[in-house]
Design a protein around this ligand. Structure first.
Ligand code: COA
Ligand code: MG
Length: 289
């Protein structure tokens, strides 16, 4: 998933709009963008939307962000949305693999017979300091876990920070640490690393720059808050034709030299990590390798 677009779950209008956004996934929100008074209406609108847009109709993947496990709202969220079979659930304020395992148990109890263990989990894993310290604990927590996302907004609130950016606009140290540990935590758990939202939704150049940095470092996608961000994210995370050609050349070089641990391509030494990187890139581009 390259682009994951947040849509407030109490807005039928935005949900309809989001369907045509070309986002790979919609993250339908029951949490922070929905006021306490609107939670119940949001559950109804969301579950209706899920029922009207069943899988296989060419729609984006539909994930629902429930309220955090410690809010007392999460189980009521699940009770209302699980009968409508979302593709996945987004867990905010996650503190490590224990929270993912707890959510997995809640999902198992609510999945209809034929769909056992079908509901995926995406954890937002850096929303508080405890979550950052637990980033190394996701491995083996649940087969449902598909990705770890990081975010700097709630973390800055938890830290009591005045801002999460430096004067030059870059993320300040605590957020860079959270970002890096998310990347490492996701890799060690064998799941996708997803980059944080870019909240200034009119600044497309800033968004694009952040996408390129994320992609360079190993993130495979980025969350969005506005439909206008989706095409930029999709383009930035899609492998380019040059990258695909290069990856094909690397795979071919190893295939032509069976048993070789190291080969040379265009004057560059390539060994196993290069082959793995090339295979991953081709897999992301939709090619079976
Ligand atoms: N999903 C679907 N449609 C969206 C959208 C989104 N995330 N954000 C904006 N739109 C729609 C608007 O409804 C509007 O459509 P309309 O003209 O037909 O009413 C159109 O896109 C243009 O929106 P714009 O005027 O540029 O922005 P806005 O002021 O209406 O909305 C936000 C700004 C930030 C309130 C809105 O983008 C939003 O709700 N984002 C998601 C917030 C969220 O879920 N946060 C939680 C995770 S951090
Ligand atoms: Mg939040």
């Amino acid at each position: 998933m390259r682009s994951l677009l947040f849509v407030p779950g109490d807005s039928a209008r935005k949900l309809e709009k989001a369907l045509t956004s070309k986002a790979d996934a919609l993250l339908i929100d029951l949490e922070d963008s929905v006021s306490l008074e609107a939670k119940d209406e949001a559950r109804s609108i969301t579950s209706e939307f899920l029922q009207e847009n069943v899988a296989g109709s060419g729609r984006p993947r539909l994930y629902v962000r429930i309220n955090g496990l410690s809010t007392g709202l999460a189980e009521a969220d699940l009770d209302r949305i699980m009968p409508a079979a979302p593709d996945g659930v987004v867990l905010p304020k996650a503190v490590g693999g224990a929270d993912v395992a707890a959510l997995a148990a809640l999902l198992s109890r609510r999945e209809a017979g034929g769909a056992r263990a079908a509901t995926r989990i995406l954890a937002i894993a850096t929303e508080n300091a405890a979550g950052v310290f637990a980033l190394g604990t996701f491995s083996g927590s649940s087969d449902r876990l598909v990705g770890l996302a990081w975010g700097g907004e709630d973390l800055s609130a938890d830290l009591g920070a005045a801002s999460n950016r430096t004067d030059s606009g870059a993320y300040a140290d605590p957020y860079r640490l959270a970002r890096t540990l998310t990347l490492l935590g996701a890799a060690s758990a064998g799941v996708a690393a997803i980059d944080a939202v870019y909240t200034n939704f009119r600044d497309m150049a800033g968004l694009e720059a952040e996408c390129f940095e994320a992609r360079r470092d190993g993130f495979v996608g980025k969350m969005a808050i506005h439909p206008a961000q989706v095409p930029i994210i999709n383009a930035a995370f899609a492998p380019t034709t040059e990258e695909i050609a290069r990856a094909r050349a690397v795979v071919a070089a190893f295939a032509d030299n069976p048993g070789a641990g190291v080969v040379g391509v265009d004057g560059e030494m390539l060994d196993r990590p290069h082959l793995l990187r090339a295979e991953r890139l081709l897999a992301r581009a939709g090619e079976v390798v």
